[in-house]
Structure formats: C-alpha cells, structure tokens
Write a protein that binds this ligand. Sequence first.
Ligand SMILES: C[S@@+](CC[C@H](N)C(=O)[O-])C[C@H]1O[C@@H](n2cnc3c(N)ncnc32)[C@H](O)[C@@H]1O
Length: 276
Amino acid sequence: MDDSDINFNLLKRHVEQLLKIQCSNYKEDYIKRRFLSRMRSTNSATYADYLRYLKSHPDENEPLRNALTINVTEFFRDKEVWNEVKNVILPALFQQKKRISIWCAGSSTGEEPYTLAILLHDALVNHKDWSGTITATDIDEVVLAKAKAGVFEEKAIQKLPTVQIQRHFTKRPDGLYEVKQHLKDLLRFRPHDLMSGVPPVRYVDLITCRNVTIYFTEKQKDDLAHLFHAALVTDGYYIMGKTEYLGRQVENLFLAKNTSQKVFIKREKPLQPKTV
Ligand SMILES: C[S@@+](CC[C@H](N)C(=O)[O-])C[C@H]1O[C@@H](n2cnc3c(N)ncnc32)[C@H](O)[C@@H]1O
C-alpha cells in the first residue's frame, strides 16, 4: 500500500464518520472519482490535502455530500417504464386489492415519486374506494427536503403534457411550479439509507429503485435485493433502472416480468441460486 492508498483510506474513514455515508459499500473507483472532483474544486492536490481542507472548512460538507450522492433525475425518466406502471402494474395491483403501498427508494429531488403520484392519482380518480400511499426515501436529507417542498423550475416540467401541468401544478408568482396538494397527499418522505439493512416500510406492493445501485458494490446490490424481497408482499413488483441488473446470486428471488423495462415480481419461494 503506498502513501496515496493510505491517505485515500484515511479520507474515506473521515468522510464515513463525518457524513455517515458508508463509502466502503460503494465501488472504490466511484468514490475516488467523486473525491477527485471535489479535490479539483478546492485546489487540493492530494487526498491528504483534501482531508486537511475538509477538516478546516465545514462548508465543504454539503458539496461533498452532493458529489457522493449524485441526484440527477427527471419526471417520467425512461417513458416506457411509466407506461408499464400505468397500463399493466397499477391495474394488476388494483385487481387484487383496493389499497396499495409503493416505496420509491432513492427518490432524489422528487421527480420520480411525483411521477408515481401522477399515475396513482389518475388511477384513483374514478374509483372512490381505491387508495394508495407512496413512501419516498433518500439518504440525502437536502434533496429530500426539496422533494417534500414539491417546487420545480419550469424546465423540470416542460416535457409534461400541458393538461398534466394544469392538473397537477400551480404556477407561483415567482415563476416556479408547485405540485398541488392532491399529489402531496399521496406521498410521505423519509430519510433512509438503503445500506442500513432495514426497510422503512413493509408489505409493499411496488418498489421502484432506479439509478441508485449503479455505484454500489456487488455485495451491497445483493443485500439490497434481499431487503426488497423481504419488504414486498407476495407477487409485489420491483422496478430497477434501465442499466441496472440483478446479480446471479439474487436473480432467483424475482421473476422477470418485463425484461427490457427491468420489471420484476417477487418469487415467494426463491429458486436455488445458480452455482458458477
Ligand atoms: C441518480 S439519483 C436517482 C433518482 C431517481 N431514482 C431516478 O432514477 O431518477 C440517485 C439517488 O440515490 C440516492 N442514494 C445514494 N446512495 C443511497 C443510499 N445508500 N441510500 C439511499 N439513497 C441513496 C442519492 O442521494 C440520489 O438522490
């Protein structure tokens, strides 16, 4: 191990204590790239320099947290999967029961949970005896607070059809768009670390966890698949991001329902894991 490795590990340990983000559970390359981006911005030449900078500049905590938990998101990101939720998944769930529970894990600034709320609201509107709740969680409390406020710039909603904007958003005097109360009523926001090993909700009918695990180690991804399996009801749905996949050790937990859209159904009795 050379000096650079030692200093990287020291920095990592300090960040884990400071921000309560378990860097060791993320791929090392990913963490290094995020540190390097902050090192460039703070003119720190080495990991040791950056560690000194971080210790003496408390205002660096938030930019570093943001760098580690990339929050990019958008309404109806990957349109086809939301068509699947609207036309297949929600109708199938409401055929089985009148009240459903959804968990949007890694919900960032709110675009994904509000997308779900729009679809859920549209499903409920003609069925007074149906209801549903969406629990939106993220490790980053700053983005969670933004999501809870439900206030978006025009460019965030510009791809939505006008009728949807009029139905679900109010344009404020400052030019920003605020989500209407009927969508907010379907949602609750909670801080939650997906690596904690404990789900924030149980007996969930649908989990969306999209574009979150790409930075996780294989072991962490497998643990998460077990966590989702435990949190779902029998026949509950799990939707991953388009570029994400289930590892060989956990693909037995779920049945692929729509492979291209990464939609899975919980297998109540998992198959035996494949041996390599
Ligand atoms: C790229 S955004 C994805 C947002 C949304 N799901 C989407 O697909 O548009 C990734 C989110 O995962 C969150 N995240 C990263 N690590 C996490 C963890 N260990 N527990 C919970 N959320 C985490 C980040 O804070 C960030 O908001």
